[in-house]
Design a protein around this ligand. Structure first.
Ligand SMILES: [Cu+2]
Length: 490
């Protein structure tokens, strides 16, 4: 175990620690700066993309490597150092045990100023999770794995794969191309909120009646994906020009922990000649499910176990952009195996990301029957002229928060009459997918769900810790232009 984590503590110890933390957070910055090395440092770094140098962000652990790994029962306790020149809002995606005010993406901002240190202290949620910027800087690879290994994880080789979409242009330039104006995460993207139409996709429906009529009225028109043009797609910072090659042994099983850290791209994963078994999605275990191709939307994770054939070889693990030909990935190869060149483009476009995979999944631990009937919450996803994305007709800032009592069972129905898929994510909670277009089922437990165009998806969730939790589309530019609300739990 590394220095940044402490073994599990009793609740009493945890509360004492939290009280101490509250006191330490009142200390002047200079005192905090004198404390031992931070457990996480957000800094710039240089990578090479298509033979060009690119300055991007990184989240480094105390060992200088990207991301953090810990064991079940550990706490994340220490300081986060923003060693960049930009304000930072760091979100611990998939974590449910932190206090709301430790999520730097909490309502009301809570930015970490350039050069500042912020304390964090919470018990880690087990599984394959990640952390990322909640501002436009996410585009510049401000994201890293946050893996808490399960006590009962099989003792097999593990490979973490972090996917990104990459542009040499700044996020502000991309936002300007889209014609959007930031409602959240606006840094460096000043734009006129009354700017002209973006000219993308289907014409937007009037937001006047945000319910059934709107849904029905928008059920025609083209469906599209990939509204941002990228220069490269990366797996562990590398493209298929020069992919990461992971040495594996003949006949061994390997656990892939795959994280989609892309900002505006869903991928279709393909394990090729390797038969795969899905054992968890978004860090939550599911009943073992055989699979070879599956969608992975922005923010989602999947744990796959693959078995290397006894005669060995080289086995690409491919992530192809949905509805497009571009692809990235890594290669698993046994000793001496020839690694053939894999192009950055497939010969055929991949499918759109949809819910076919989820419909075949069942959670290992579904939500228990509720003590009282679930309360329904309807959320209409919306698309308006000027690259303005809404929830119930409102952008973030115009929104009325959703309210719930801690422990209350909610069923949140997302209705999507827009022309694009939206991966919907709720902070600080894991939910269960329970209905698609009226079909009830006991689906996977997740924290980010694909809501395809012209589709209604319902998730069940028990309102968690008191606080104000963001609920938003995980397409960065949809979120930044308005597609975000909050669930206020009291
Ligand atoms: Cu969206």
């Amino acid at each position: 175990m590394t220095a940044f984590v402490r073994p599990g503590l009793s609740r009493r110890q945890w509360l004492a620690g939290a009280a101490a933390l509250g006191a330490s957070s009142l200390l002047p910055r200079a005192v905090l700066a004198a404390t031992p090395s931070p457990l996480l440092t957000v800094a710039t770094r240089t990578i090479e993309v298509k033979k060009r140098a690119a300055t991007v962000f990184g989240i480094l652990g105390a060992n200088g490597k990207p991301g953090l790994e810990a064991s079940e029962g550990a706490r994340l306790s220490g300081l986060v150092h923003n060693a960049t020149k930009e304000p930072l809002i760091l979100h611990f995606h998939g974590q449910v045990l932190y206090a709301n005010d430790q999520d730097r993406a909490r309502t009301g901002g809570g930015e970490t100023a350039p050069g500042a240190l912020e304390p964090v202290d919470f018990p880690l949620t087990t599984g394959t999770h990640w952390m990322h910027s909640h501002l436009l800087s996410e585009q510049q690879l401000l994201a890293a794995p946050l893996i808490t290994r399960e006590m009962d994880a099989p003792a097999i080789r593990e490979v973490v794969i972090m996917l990104h979409d990459f542009a040499f242009r700044s996020p502000a330039e991309i936002m300007a191309e889209l014609g959007g104006a930031s409602a959240h995460g606006a840094h460096g993207a000043a734009a006129d909120p009354h700017a002209g139409h973006a000219g993308h996709g289907a014409p937007a429906a009037a937001p006047a009646d945000p319910h059934a009529a709107h849904m029905a009225g928008a059920m025609s028109g083209m469906v599209h994906a990939n509204d941002v043009r990228y220069d490269a797609f990366l797996a562990n910072d590398r493209s298929f020009d020069d992919p990461e090659v992971v040495r594996v042994d003949k006949g061994e099983k390997v656990r892939l922990r795959i994280i989609n850290g892309a900002t505006a791209t869903a991928f279709i994963l393909d394990t090729g000649r390797l038969a795969a078994t899905c054992i968890a999605v978004d860090g939550s275990p599911c009943q073992a499910h055989a699979v070879q191709t599956l969608p992975l939307a922005q923010g989602q994770r999947v744990d796959l176990v693959v078995e290397i054939p006894r005669d060995g070889g080289a086995f690409p693990i491919v992530a192809q952009v949905e509805a497009a030909t571009q692809r990235t990935g890594i290669v698993l190869a046994t000793a001496g195996a020839k690694v053939a060149r894999i192009g950055n483009d497939a010969s055929r476009a991949a499918a759109h990301a949809d819910l076919g995979f989820d419909l075949g999944l069942a959670a290992a631990a579904p939500l228990p029957p509720p003590s009282a009937p679930a309360r329904a919450i309807h959320i209409m996803l919306g698309e308006e002229p000027g690259y303005r994305w809404t929830l119930n007709g409102k952008t973030h800032g115009e929104h009325t928060p959703l309210a719930a009592k801690s422990g209350e069972r909610l069923e949140i129905m997302f209705m999507n009459p827009t022309s694009m898929m939206h991966p919907m994510h709720l902070h600080g909670h894991h939910f269960q997918v329970v209905e698609v277009n009226g079909l009830r089922f006991s689906g996977p437990v997740r924290d980010t769900v694909i809501v395809p165009p012209r589709t209604m998806v319902t998730v069940a969730v028990d309102a968690g810790a008191p606080g104000s939790w963001y609920l938003h589309c995980h397409h960065l530019y949809h979120m930044a232009t308005g597609m975000m609300t909050e669930l206020v739990v009291s």
